[in-house]
Design a protein around this ligand. Structure first.
Ligand SMILES: [Zn+2]
Length: 436
C-alpha cells in the first residue's frame, strides 16, 4: 500500500507546558509533512527532509493551515444530540423534563442507528476524533454507535448507562441486567478495531447499592476498561445523593466504597468537592472531567483547577463538551468557556496549555497517550486541519497576530466548526470544508 502524504504547519505536544514560554513542551514545524501508512503516521517532520521513498507521492496540501492531533472529548452523551439547548433551569429539571424523555427513543435500533451516523458525522465536523461516550440504558444504543465507529475506523469508547432507580421505567435496568448487558457489550466490542467499552453507572442518584456493587464487580473483572460516571455537579443532586447513601462521608466516598475510584475512572464535573474528596481523587489517580459549557448552561458551578491541584499538582483531569448538558460540540468553544470559568476564579489556561489538554492531555487522561494525541511516527493517524482565518472576524483579527500562541488563542476564542478545515481519521479524510 502506498503512503498518503499531508503537507502543512504541524503542531503537537510532548508533555504539559509548564508555562507560556515552555517551548520544550511542543513540536512546531513551519513547513511540515506527514506520511501515513496503514492508518498510522509513518513519518513526520520538515518537508525539506521528506524521505526519498515518498518524494514521488503527491501530497494533500493544507498549507497555510495548522495540522494538530484530533481533539479528544472525554465526556459526551450519544443520546443527547437532540437535547442540546433545552430550556431547563438546572440539572435535575433538565434530566426529568427533557433528557429522560429523549433517551427512551434509543430503545429503537433504527433510531439509534440513524443517530449513530449523525453523531459521528458531527464529531468529525467539529474536529473530534476520539470520544468517551455515554449511551442510553439500552445496550442497542451502544451496539449502534460502536458498530458505526468500527466501520469508520474511529477510536471510540462507549458504554450503556446503568440506572436502576429514579428514572422512568423504560429507562431503567436492574443490577443484574445492567451487569449482564455491560458484560455482553465488553465481549462483543471491547478491543475490536479501535473501539472500546466503558463501564458506565450513570451516577449514584440513579443506581441502587446493588447496582453500584455490580459496577464495582465489573471494574474488578475488567481492569482494562475505563469507568465513567458523574460526581458533585449540582447542590440539589449532592443533597439527594447524600439521602440515598446516609452512611457515606460524602459523594466521592460512595464511589470509593464500591471500588470505583482509580486510574481508569473518569468523573464528570467534580465542582463542589471537599478537600477530603479531592485528596481521595488524587490518591487514587482518578480523573476529574471539566465540562465548562455544561456547568455554565445548567448553572451547576465553577470547576477550579487550582482547588484540584492544591491537593496534588499532578492530580489528573480532562476537559469535555458534555453534550447535551453542554452547549457546543466544539472543543474550541469548550476551551474558550473553560478559560472564562477559570478566569472568573483568578486562574488561567495558557493557550498552549489548552491545546495540550484537548489533544495529548485528554489522551493521557484516558490512558491512550501512547496511541493518540501526537503527530509522531507510530501514532494513529487522527489529525485535524485548523484555519485561523475561517470566518470574517477571525480573518480581521489575524492581521494583528504574530505568534503561535496568539494564533491558538484566536482559534480558541473565536473559532468553531468553520475553523476545522479538514478531519483525518485513521489516515483518511473523513470531513473537509470547501476551500475558502
Ligand atoms: Zn454528562
Amino acid at each position: 500500500m502506498s503512503a498518503t502524504l499531508f503537507r502543512g504547519r504541524l503542531l503537537w505536544f510532548d508533555h504539559e507546558p509548564e508555562g507560556a514560554e515552555d517551548i520544550s513542551a511542543y513540536n512546531y514545524v513551519e513547513d511540515g509533512g506527514l506520511a501515513v501508512e496503514f492508518g498510522r503516521i509513518a513519518w513526520s517532520g520538515p518537508w525539506a527532509q521528506l524521505p526519498a521513498k515518498w518524494q514521488k507521492v503527491e501530497p494533500v496540501d493544507h498549507r497555510p493551515h495548522l495540522i494538530v492531533p484530533g481533539f479528544i472529548d472525554c465526556h459526551i452523551h450519544f443520546p443527547q444530540g437532540q437535547v442540546v439547548g433545552s430550556y431547563a433551569g438546572s440539572l435535575l429539571e433538565w434530566l426529568n423534563n427533557y433528557t429522560f424523555i429523549e433517551e427512551q427513543k434509543y430503545a429503537e435500533p433504527a433510531h439509534a442507528g440513524r443517530m449513530a451516523g449523525a453523531f459521528l458525522d458531527m464529531l468529525a465536523a467539529y474536529g473530534t476524533t476520539t470520544a468517551l461516550v455515554y449511551g442510553s440504558v439500552h445496550r442497542q444504543s451502544v451496539d449502534a454507535l460502536l458498530g458505526e465507529a468500527l466501520q469508520r475506523d474511529m477510536r471510540m469508547i462507549a458504554g450503556k448507562v446503568m440506572m436502576d432507580r429514579n428514572a422512568p421505567e423504560p429507562l431503567t435496568d436492574t443490577a443484574q441486567s445492567g451487569y449482564d448487558d455491560t458484560k455482553a457489550l465488553i465481549a462483543d466490542w471491547h478491543g475490536k478495531g479501535r473501539v472500546e467499552v466503558a463501564i458506565s453507572p450513570r451516577f449514584a442518584l440513579t443506581s441502587t447499592d446493588a447496582q453500584m456493587e455490580a459496577a464495582g464487580t465489573l471494574v474488578r473483572e475488567h481492569p482494562d476498561c475505563l469507568m465513567q460516571t458523574h460526581l458533585s455537579e449540582n447542590h440539589a443532586e449532592i443533597a439527594a445523593v447524600a439521602e440515598l447513601f446516609p452512611w457515606s462521608k460524602d459523594y466521592t466516598d460512595i464511589y470509593d466504597h464500591f471500588g470505583l475510584l482509580g486510574r481508569k475512572s473518569m468523573f464528570g464535573h467534580c465542582i463542589h468537592q471537599s478537600e477530603r474528596e479531592i485528596a481521595r481523587m488524587s490518591e487514587s489517580d482518578s480523573v476529574a472531567v471539566f465540562c465548562p459549557t455544561s456547568n455554565l448552561f445548567l448553572g451547576s458551578g465553577l470547576f477550579s483547577l487550582n482547588k484540584m491541584r492544591s491537593a496534588n499538582p499532578h492530580v489528573r483531569h480532562a476537559i469535555a463538551t458534555d453534550i447535551g448538558g453542554g452547549t457546543s460540540w466544539s472543543m474550541l468553544r469548550t476551551l474558550d468557556e473553560g478559560y472564562k470559568v477559570l478566569n472568573l476564579q483568578g486562574e488561567r489556561y495558557h493557550p498552549l496549555r489548552s491545546f495540550y489538554q484537548a489533544t495529548l492531555g485528554n489522551a493521557a487522561a484516558i490512558g491512550m497517550e501512547d496511541r493518540i494525541g501526537k503527530l509522531a511516527a507510530g501514532y494513529e493517524a487522527d489529525f485535524i486541519v485548523l484555519d485561523a482565518k475561517s470566518n470574517p472576524a477571525m480573518a480581521l483579527r489575524s492581521e494583528t497576530i504574530s505568534t503561535l500562541s496568539e494564533e491558538l488563542f484566536l482559534m480558541q476564542t473565536l473559532g468553531d466548526d468553520r475553523t476545522v478545515a479538514a478531519t483525518i481519521v485513521s489516515g483518511v479524510t473523513a470531513h473537509q470544508l470547501p476551500k475558502r
